[in-house]
Design a protein around this ligand. Structure first.
Ligand code: ADP
Ligand code: MG
Length: 233
Protein backbone atom coordinates (compact mmCIF):
# COMPACT_ATOMS: atom_id res chain seq x y z
CA UNK A 1 0.00 0.00 0.00
CA UNK A 2 1.18 3.46 -0.91
CA UNK A 3 0.55 6.07 1.80
CA UNK A 4 -0.84 9.43 0.71
CA UNK A 5 -1.44 11.00 4.13
CA UNK A 6 -0.33 9.73 7.54
CA UNK A 7 -1.63 11.34 10.72
CA UNK A 8 -0.12 10.39 14.09
CA UNK A 9 -1.46 11.47 17.50
CA UNK A 10 -2.64 14.81 16.17
CA UNK A 11 -4.09 17.23 18.73
CA UNK A 12 -5.48 20.72 18.27
CA UNK A 13 -6.58 22.94 21.13
CA UNK A 14 -8.37 26.26 20.84
CA UNK A 15 -7.83 27.64 24.34
CA UNK A 16 -9.51 25.14 26.68
CA UNK A 17 -11.36 23.40 23.87
CA UNK A 18 -9.74 20.32 22.39
CA UNK A 19 -11.05 20.29 18.80
CA UNK A 20 -8.95 17.27 17.73
CA UNK A 21 -7.66 14.78 20.28
CA UNK A 22 -4.81 12.33 19.71
CA UNK A 23 -6.04 11.46 16.22
CA UNK A 24 -4.29 8.85 14.07
CA UNK A 25 -5.19 7.36 10.70
CA UNK A 26 -3.58 6.68 7.33
CA UNK A 27 -4.96 7.29 3.87
CA UNK A 28 -3.57 5.04 1.15
CA UNK A 29 -3.58 5.54 -2.59
CA UNK A 30 -6.96 4.82 -4.12
CA UNK A 31 -8.92 5.22 -0.87
CA UNK A 32 -12.07 7.29 -0.77
CA UNK A 33 -11.58 8.31 2.83
CA UNK A 34 -14.39 9.91 4.82
CA UNK A 35 -14.15 11.94 8.02
CA UNK A 36 -17.56 11.45 9.58
CA UNK A 37 -18.95 13.24 12.61
CA UNK A 38 -21.56 15.76 13.76
CA UNK A 39 -21.05 19.50 13.65
CA UNK A 40 -18.14 20.58 15.80
CA UNK A 41 -16.48 17.16 15.89
CA UNK A 42 -13.21 18.45 14.41
CA UNK A 43 -13.52 17.52 10.73
CA UNK A 44 -12.69 20.92 9.23
CA UNK A 45 -9.96 21.52 11.80
CA UNK A 46 -8.29 18.25 10.76
CA UNK A 47 -8.47 19.24 7.09
CA UNK A 48 -7.13 22.71 7.94
CA UNK A 49 -4.12 21.24 9.72
CA UNK A 50 -3.08 18.90 6.92
CA UNK A 51 -3.55 21.76 4.41
CA UNK A 52 -1.27 23.99 6.53
CA UNK A 53 -3.91 26.65 7.20
CA UNK A 54 -4.41 25.68 10.87
CA UNK A 55 -1.49 25.14 13.26
CA UNK A 56 -1.47 21.87 15.16
CA UNK A 57 -0.93 21.82 18.92
CA UNK A 58 0.91 18.47 19.00
CA UNK A 59 1.34 15.24 17.10
CA UNK A 60 2.34 14.99 13.48
CA UNK A 61 1.25 14.36 9.95
CA UNK A 62 3.10 13.76 6.73
CA UNK A 63 2.21 13.57 3.10
CA UNK A 64 3.21 10.70 0.78
CA UNK A 65 6.38 8.84 1.84
CA UNK A 66 7.29 11.47 4.40
CA UNK A 67 10.27 12.72 2.40
CA UNK A 68 8.32 15.51 0.74
CA UNK A 69 7.92 18.85 2.50
CA UNK A 70 4.31 19.81 3.20
CA UNK A 71 4.78 22.85 0.96
CA UNK A 72 5.76 20.70 -2.03
CA UNK A 73 3.25 17.97 -1.24
CA UNK A 74 0.39 20.46 -1.31
CA UNK A 75 1.14 21.15 -4.99
CA UNK A 76 -0.21 17.63 -5.58
CA UNK A 77 -3.34 18.21 -3.51
CA UNK A 78 -6.61 19.63 -4.79
CA UNK A 79 -8.86 21.04 -2.08
CA UNK A 80 -12.28 22.65 -1.76
CA UNK A 81 -12.77 23.74 1.83
CA UNK A 82 -14.96 26.79 1.25
CA UNK A 83 -17.96 27.66 -0.89
CA UNK A 84 -16.87 27.94 -4.52
CA UNK A 85 -15.84 31.44 -5.44
CA UNK A 86 -15.35 32.58 -9.04
CA UNK A 87 -15.85 35.79 -10.99
CA UNK A 88 -19.62 36.08 -11.50
CA UNK A 89 -19.54 37.90 -14.85
CA UNK A 90 -16.94 35.67 -16.42
CA UNK A 91 -17.86 32.37 -18.07
CA UNK A 92 -16.90 29.04 -16.54
CA UNK A 93 -14.19 28.60 -19.14
CA UNK A 94 -12.77 32.08 -18.57
CA UNK A 95 -12.69 31.45 -14.84
CA UNK A 96 -10.82 28.18 -15.34
CA UNK A 97 -8.35 29.86 -17.73
CA UNK A 98 -7.49 32.22 -14.91
CA UNK A 99 -6.91 29.27 -12.57
CA UNK A 100 -4.70 27.64 -15.24
CA UNK A 101 -2.56 30.78 -15.41
CA UNK A 102 -2.19 30.90 -11.63
CA UNK A 103 -1.37 27.20 -11.35
CA UNK A 104 0.78 27.08 -14.49
CA UNK A 105 -1.47 24.51 -16.17
CA UNK A 106 -2.14 24.23 -19.91
CA UNK A 107 -5.57 25.39 -21.13
CA UNK A 108 -6.20 22.03 -22.80
CA UNK A 109 -6.88 20.55 -19.36
CA UNK A 110 -10.04 22.67 -19.09
CA UNK A 111 -12.08 20.61 -21.54
CA UNK A 112 -11.04 17.35 -19.90
CA UNK A 113 -12.02 18.55 -16.41
CA UNK A 114 -15.29 20.20 -17.47
CA UNK A 115 -16.20 16.91 -19.11
CA UNK A 116 -15.61 15.00 -15.84
CA UNK A 117 -18.00 17.27 -13.93
CA UNK A 118 -20.58 17.39 -16.75
CA UNK A 119 -20.27 21.10 -17.47
CA UNK A 120 -18.69 21.11 -20.93
CA UNK A 121 -21.93 22.19 -22.60
CA UNK A 122 -22.21 25.09 -20.14
CA UNK A 123 -18.63 26.36 -20.44
CA UNK A 124 -19.73 29.60 -22.10
CA UNK A 125 -22.32 30.48 -19.46
CA UNK A 126 -21.49 33.13 -16.91
CA UNK A 127 -20.72 31.80 -13.44
CA UNK A 128 -23.54 33.87 -11.92
CA UNK A 129 -26.12 31.89 -13.93
CA UNK A 130 -24.95 28.59 -12.42
CA UNK A 131 -26.98 26.70 -9.79
CA UNK A 132 -25.29 25.92 -6.47
CA UNK A 133 -24.65 22.35 -7.64
CA UNK A 134 -23.06 23.58 -10.88
CA UNK A 135 -20.90 26.01 -8.90
CA UNK A 136 -19.71 23.16 -6.75
CA UNK A 137 -19.01 21.04 -9.85
CA UNK A 138 -17.00 23.90 -11.36
CA UNK A 139 -15.00 24.12 -8.13
CA UNK A 140 -14.23 20.41 -8.46
CA UNK A 141 -13.14 20.89 -12.09
CA UNK A 142 -10.91 23.74 -10.96
CA UNK A 143 -9.36 21.68 -8.17
CA UNK A 144 -8.61 18.90 -10.68
CA UNK A 145 -6.85 21.12 -13.25
CA UNK A 146 -3.35 20.20 -12.12
CA UNK A 147 -4.15 16.48 -11.86
CA UNK A 148 -3.77 16.24 -8.08
CA UNK A 149 -2.85 12.97 -6.41
CA UNK A 150 -5.61 13.55 -3.84
CA UNK A 151 -8.79 15.64 -3.83
CA UNK A 152 -10.02 17.03 -0.50
CA UNK A 153 -13.65 18.06 -0.08
CA UNK A 154 -15.29 19.56 3.01
CA UNK A 155 -19.04 18.81 3.13
CA UNK A 156 -19.28 18.71 -0.68
CA UNK A 157 -23.07 18.30 -0.88
CA UNK A 158 -24.15 20.77 1.80
CA UNK A 159 -27.04 22.96 0.71
CA UNK A 160 -27.68 21.10 -2.54
CA UNK A 161 -31.01 19.68 -3.70
CA UNK A 162 -31.37 15.88 -4.06
CA UNK A 163 -30.42 15.91 -7.74
CA UNK A 164 -27.38 18.10 -7.04
CA UNK A 165 -26.34 15.80 -4.20
CA UNK A 166 -26.65 12.73 -6.43
CA UNK A 167 -24.60 14.36 -9.21
CA UNK A 168 -21.76 15.42 -6.90
CA UNK A 169 -21.58 11.97 -5.30
CA UNK A 170 -21.47 10.30 -8.72
CA UNK A 171 -18.71 12.66 -9.86
CA UNK A 172 -16.65 11.91 -6.74
CA UNK A 173 -17.00 8.18 -7.45
CA UNK A 174 -15.97 8.71 -11.10
CA UNK A 175 -12.91 10.69 -10.05
CA UNK A 176 -11.95 7.95 -7.58
CA UNK A 177 -12.44 5.28 -10.24
CA UNK A 178 -10.00 7.18 -12.43
CA UNK A 179 -7.32 6.73 -9.77
CA UNK A 180 -7.49 9.91 -7.70
CA UNK A 181 -7.46 9.43 -3.93
CA UNK A 182 -10.26 11.30 -2.11
CA UNK A 183 -10.56 12.74 1.40
CA UNK A 184 -14.05 13.92 2.22
CA UNK A 185 -15.51 15.42 5.41
CA UNK A 186 -19.22 14.90 5.99
CA UNK A 187 -21.77 14.87 8.80
CA UNK A 188 -23.91 12.46 6.78
CA UNK A 189 -23.57 8.75 7.39
CA UNK A 190 -25.53 8.21 4.20
CA UNK A 191 -22.91 10.10 2.18
CA UNK A 192 -20.03 8.08 3.63
CA UNK A 193 -21.89 4.80 3.08
CA UNK A 194 -22.62 5.70 -0.55
CA UNK A 195 -19.28 7.20 -1.54
CA UNK A 196 -16.44 6.15 0.75
CA UNK A 197 -14.31 3.01 1.00
CA UNK A 198 -12.76 4.02 4.35
CA UNK A 199 -13.79 6.25 7.22
CA UNK A 200 -12.65 7.81 10.45
CA UNK A 201 -15.58 8.53 12.75
CA UNK A 202 -15.10 11.52 15.08
CA UNK A 203 -17.05 12.69 18.05
CA UNK A 204 -15.89 15.79 19.95
CA UNK A 205 -12.48 15.48 18.33
CA UNK A 206 -12.02 11.87 19.38
CA UNK A 207 -11.79 8.91 17.07
CA UNK A 208 -14.54 6.34 17.54
CA UNK A 209 -13.57 4.18 14.58
CA UNK A 210 -11.27 4.10 11.60
CA UNK A 211 -11.10 1.55 8.86
CA UNK A 212 -13.15 0.16 6.04
CA UNK A 213 -16.72 1.40 5.66
CA UNK A 214 -18.08 -2.11 5.09
CA UNK A 215 -16.44 -3.22 8.35
CA UNK A 216 -17.75 -0.18 10.22
CA UNK A 217 -21.28 -1.31 9.51
CA UNK A 218 -20.64 -4.49 11.46
CA UNK A 219 -18.41 -3.00 14.14
CA UNK A 220 -19.28 -2.68 17.78
CA UNK A 221 -21.15 0.46 18.73
CA UNK A 222 -22.11 1.42 15.23
CA UNK A 223 -25.78 0.59 15.46
CA UNK A 224 -25.96 2.42 18.73
CA UNK A 225 -24.55 5.48 16.98
CA UNK A 226 -26.91 5.16 14.10
CA UNK A 227 -29.96 4.69 16.29
CA UNK A 228 -29.00 7.60 18.49
CA UNK A 229 -29.10 10.23 15.80
CA UNK A 230 -30.47 8.72 12.64
CA UNK A 231 -28.27 9.38 9.61
CA UNK A 232 -26.92 12.60 11.08
CA UNK A 233 -23.94 11.54 13.16
P1 ADP B 1 -16.61 20.29 12.14
O1 ADP B 1 -15.93 20.65 10.87
O2 ADP B 1 -16.60 18.81 12.43
O3 ADP B 1 -17.99 20.85 12.23
P2 ADP B 1 -14.66 22.04 13.36
O4 ADP B 1 -13.35 21.41 13.08
O5 ADP B 1 -15.06 23.18 12.50
O6 ADP B 1 -15.78 20.91 13.36
O7 ADP B 1 -14.68 22.55 14.86
C1 ADP B 1 -14.31 21.71 15.95
C2 ADP B 1 -14.42 22.52 17.22
O8 ADP B 1 -13.44 23.52 17.24
C3 ADP B 1 -15.76 23.24 17.37
O9 ADP B 1 -16.12 23.21 18.72
C4 ADP B 1 -15.45 24.64 16.91
O10 ADP B 1 -16.31 25.58 17.51
C5 ADP B 1 -14.01 24.81 17.36
N1 ADP B 1 -13.25 25.74 16.50
C6 ADP B 1 -12.99 25.59 15.20
N2 ADP B 1 -12.23 26.60 14.73
C7 ADP B 1 -12.01 27.41 15.79
C8 ADP B 1 -11.28 28.64 15.97
N3 ADP B 1 -10.61 29.20 14.95
N4 ADP B 1 -11.26 29.19 17.19
C9 ADP B 1 -11.90 28.62 18.23
N5 ADP B 1 -12.60 27.46 18.15
C10 ADP B 1 -12.65 26.87 16.94
MG1 MG C 1 -16.75 21.60 9.16
Amino acid sequence: MEPILTINNLTKKFGYLTAVKDLSFTINKGNVYGILGPNGSGKSTTLGIVLNVVNKTSGEFHWFDGNTTTHNALKQVGAIIERPNFYPYMTAEQNLKLVCKIKGVEYKKITEKLEIVGLLDRKDSKFRTYSLGMKQRLAIASALLNDPEILILDEPTNGLDPQGIHQIRQIIKDIANNGTTILLASHLLDEVEKVCTHVVVLRKGEKLYSGRVDEMISSYGFFELKAEKHNDL
